[in-house]
Design a protein around this ligand. Sequence first.
Ligand code: APR
Length: 316
Amino acid sequence: MASGKKFRIACIGAGNVGASAAQYCAEMELGEVILTDILEGFPQGKALDLSEAGPIRGYGSMVTGTNDYADIAGADVCIVTAGLARKPGMTRLDLLEKNGKIISGIAENIAKQAPDSTVIIVTNPLDVMAYVAFQKLGFPKERVVGMAGCLDSARLRCFVAMELGVNMKNVDTMVLGSHGDDMVPLPEYTTVSGIPITKLMPEDRIAALMERTRKGGGEIVALLKTGSAYYAPGASAARMAQAIIRDEKQLLPCSTLLNGEYGQKDVFLGVPVILGAEGVEKIIELELTDAQQDELNKSAGEVQTGIDGLREVGVL
Ligand code: APR
């Protein structure tokens, strides 16, 4: 992407996660932010509110709201958070089918209006939704990426920092696998200023933090009682948009289409990638222990079950 270019970021879904992503993108002055939603007035209201915060927070980014996909024309990055949350009585497959249909419709509109964009999928179950988007968009695999590992790693970094009483910025980590209970946090790649946490805390505490990370989304749902996390998910999506727009070549865990890497085929799964102007520019393959590979296989199996379910109901 040429320097001096004015970038456009479309946030599709102006709910809690979409509006948080828009806020962080505006604060980082990544470009013009367009909030899109099916609810009339909703994205327009949030966009105006975010614009009015600009003079206080010191950003000059333009934030607009729309119900019309024509307004996302030429977007460089699309962050997709539109979808439904699981309601009582709804099975996993019901939710998959409903969100699968929503993502299919959105993908058609993105393909028409922003054919050169890189698409970040946030809607859950996100590895499956990223696969749906990839199939429907017809974009090269590099330009369809799921937001999961960024969030899961941020949660683990936060928990390690709280446990050790160190600055969160000193903590680095890597989380693989699908977003959910089957994620695979890697203790040996979790460090504090270069020191592996295996040297800083006992095994049982490490295991407890890994488990807390796996259940990180559920912990927030249980506390909020209505709704789910949105600050950290919004920040993670904005972080990925930043890496793409500024061509940062950031090594981040992201959900990407695997074609043989990590022994997986034709499935989206969280692995370390280099994220830059071309989207997923490279997949980094790490050597895993047998136990970690088993966990990753299980994680991929869950995503595959979701994809198969959508094939059965005709969404794919
Ligand atoms: N097109 C555009 N927007 C849509 C569509 C659609 N077809 N269908 C639903 N939406 C919008 C809703 O109107 C709502 O404003 O998506 C928004 C979803 O917002 P919330 O219900 O607040 O959900 P949120 O908490 O933002 O989570 C969104 O991100 O992290 C994931 O699991 C989470 O899948 C969920 C998604």
